[in-house]
Design a protein around this ligand. Sequence first.
Ligand code: SF4
Ligand code: SF4
Length: 110
Amino acid sequence: MSTCRKWDVSGIDNWKGEEFPRGAVIPSSGNSEEYVTGGWRSERPYRDDAKCTQCLLCWVFCPDSSVKVQDEKVYDFDYDHCKGCGICAHECPSDAIEMVPEGCELPGVK
Ligand code: SF4
Ligand code: SF4
């Protein structure tokens, strides 16, 4: 788990190169799941099951592995990690995914 650290940047205008602290460091691999990125989102994908043909292209194209698939069928989105980029909606050949504003009350939208 990451820890929050505050930097003392007083006098930064006079710092020399070696005085700048190192930036964020990820000390180990395989921990991207711990970083919840869903809070970056202003829109969320909404999938219309009636239009979806289960071609799985949204799953293929999602850069965040946030399209949930079980038994070779899309059933949900991982809203902890979906950044709302809209690529899944753009690539869906059936127009089954609509990007809706966060907080919008629609049936099926969590
Ligand atoms: S790309 Fe569209 S049609 Fe294909 S599985 Fe995803 S939502 Fe369904
Ligand atoms: S909006 Fe972007 S991050 Fe979210 S499920 Fe679609 S492709 Fe993945």
